[in-house]
Design a protein around this ligand. Structure first.
Ligand SMILES: *Cc1c(COP(=O)(O)O)cnc(C)c1O
Length: 382
C-alpha cells in the first residue's frame, strides 16, 4: 500500500507553467515592452504553425473555442430555419452556438464506449432542414471520421469538428480538425494546448471559409472601415499567441505523457470490478484530455448519481481529486425545454451523466501518484 498522502488534484496546470516559465516569461515581457498587444507577428506565426501542425492550409485565431464554433456556423451561413446535429453529452458551448446563430440543435444519443455521438443514429436524425453535423471528439477521443464523413457526403452536410478537447488527436494518420470542413479549437487553460487565458482557432482547407471567418471575427470588415456583415470582435491576444507558440512545441510530448498515463491506468483499472475504464477506438489516437471511467451501478439501491457521489467522497477522503463531466446531458437542460425532449429519450447519454467519473489526468502525474489513484479507487468501489 502506498503511504503517500500528498493530495492529487484532478488537474494541475501550475506544474506545466513551472516547466517552461523562463521561456514564457521572456516572451511575455518582450510583448509588454513592444507595445504591440493586438495582432502582429506572434498571432500570424501562431496561425501559420497551427495550420502546419494540422497539415491544413488555413488557420484563423480567435478569442475562444466558443467563438470558433460560432464563427464556423456563421461562415457556413447556417441560421434560422436550419438544423444542426450534435451530441447531448458535451460542454454546453457546442449546442449554445447553434442556438446563437438562430438554428436548431438536434441531439443524437451517444455510444456507450466512446461517449461520442452514435453514428448509427445520425442518419435517422437528418431532415431537409439539416445543414451540418458537429461531432465532438470528447475527452480527447476522436469520433470515427471515416464513417461520419461518408454520412455527411451522402446527405451533402457540412462537418464542423469540435476539437476543443482533442488538440493533437488523430483519426488514422490525420489530426482531428483537418478532416471535416472546419475544425474548432479552444485554448482554455485546461485543454491539451492551453493558453494563460482565453483563446481559440479554426482550421480549414477551404480558403473561402477562412476568408469569411476573418471578416466575421473583425466586425464584418472586409476593407478598413467598410462592413459587409454583422460580425463580432474575436481576437487571440498577442501575449496568448506568443505563449501558445512556445507550448505548441511541447504539445506532442505532453500528449504522449497523457497516453502513457492512460495505458498505465488501463492496465490496473481493468482489473477492478464495478468500473469500466475508457477504451481507445481502433484506428484512433486519443490525447486524453480527460480519463473518464464509468462507475457501474446496476443492482444498487438509490440513484446511480448518488452512488458515484459516494465514490467521489471516498476518493476525496483519500486525497484523490475527481470531476464529473458532464452530470446533465444538454437535451434535458432547462434552456432546451422548448425542444421537447423527454427523460429516457437519449438513454445512453442520460446514463453516462449518472455514471461518469474523471480521474486525475495531466502530463506531470507521476507513477506513484497514479498508484495512489488506483489504490484509492480500488478501496472506494469494493
Ligand atoms: C472547452 C470547450 C468548448 C469551448 O471552449 P472555450 O474556449 O471555453 O470557449 C467547446 N466545446 C467543448 C467540447 C469544450 O470542451
Amino acid at each position: 500500500m502506498i503511504q503517500s498522502i500528498n493530495p492529487i488534484p484532478a488537474f494541475d496546470i501550475k506544474q506545466q507553467y513551472a516547466s517552461i516559465e523562463a521561456e514564457v516569461s521572456t516572451a511575455v515581457l518582450e510583448i509588454l515592452a513592444s507595445g504591440r498587444y493586438i495582432g502582429g507577428l506572434p498571432v500570424e506565426s501562431f496561425e501559420q504553425q497551427f495550420a502546419a501542425y494540422h497539415g491544413v492550409s488555413n488557420c484563423v485565431a480567435c478569442n475562444s473555442g466558443t467563438d470558433a464554433l460560432f464563427l464556423a456556423l456563421r461562415a457556413l451561413e447556417i441560421g434560422a430555419g436550419d438544423e444542426v446535429i450534435t451530441t447531448p453529452f458535451t460542454f454546453v458551448a457546442t449546442a449554445e452556438v447553434i442556438s446563437a446563430v438562430g438554428a436548431k440543435p438536434v441531439f443524437v444519443d451517444i455510444d456507450a464506449t466512446t461517449f461520442n455521438i452514435d453514428l448509427q443514429q445520425v442518419a435517422a436524425a437528418i431532415t431537409p432542414q439539416t445543414k451540418a453535423i458537429i461531432p465532438v471528439h470528447l475527452f480527447g477521443q476522436p469520433v470515427d471520421m471515416t464513417a461520419l464523413m461518408a454520412i455527411a457526403q451522402n446527405h451533402n452536410l457540412a462537418v464542423i469538428e469540435d476539437c476543443a478537447q482533442s488538440t493533437g488527436a488523430k483519426w488514422g494518420t490525420q489530426k482531428v480538425g483537418s478532416i471535416g470542413h472546419i475544425g474548432c479549437f479552444s485554448f482554455y487553460p485546461t485543454k491539451n494546448l492551453g493558453a494563460c487565458g482565453d483563446g481559440g482557432a479554426i482550421t480549414t482547407n477551404d480558403p473561402a471559409i477562412a476568408a469569411k471567418v476573418r471578416i466575421l471575427k473583425e466586425h464584418g470588415q472586409k476593407h478598413r472601415y467598410q462592413y459587409e456583415k454583422i460580425g463580432v470582435n474575436s481576437r487571440l491576444d498577442a501575449i496568448q499567441a506568443a505563449i501558445l507558440l512556445i507550448k505548441l512545441r511541447y504539445l506532442d510530448t505532453w500528449n504522449q505523457q497523457r497516453q502513457a498515463i492512460a495505458s498505465y491506468y488501463q492496465r490496473f483499472l481493468s482489473q477492478i470490478p464495478g468500473i469500466i475504464p475508457p477504451q481507445e477506438l481502433a484506428g484512433s489516437t486519443s490525447v486524453w484530455n480527460q480519463y473518464t471511467i464509468r462507475v457501474l451501478t446496476e443492482g444498487r439501491n438509490g440513484t446511480s448519481a448518488a452512488y458515484r457521489e459516494e465514490i467521489r467522497n471516498s476518493l476525496q477522503a483519500k486525497q484523490v481529486g475527481s470531476m464529473v463531466y458532464y452530470p446533465y446531458p444538454l437535451h434535458l437542460q432547462p434552456v432546451y425545454q422548448h425542444l421537447g425532449y423527454q427523460p429516457g429519450q437519449l438513454p445512453v447519454a442520460e446514463q453516462a451523466g449518472n455514471e461518469v467519473l474523471s480521474l486525475p489526468m495531466f502530463p506531470e502525474l507521476t507513477t506513484q501518484q497514479q498508484d495512489q489513484v488506483i489504490y484509492a479507487l480500488k478501496d472506494s468501489v469494493l
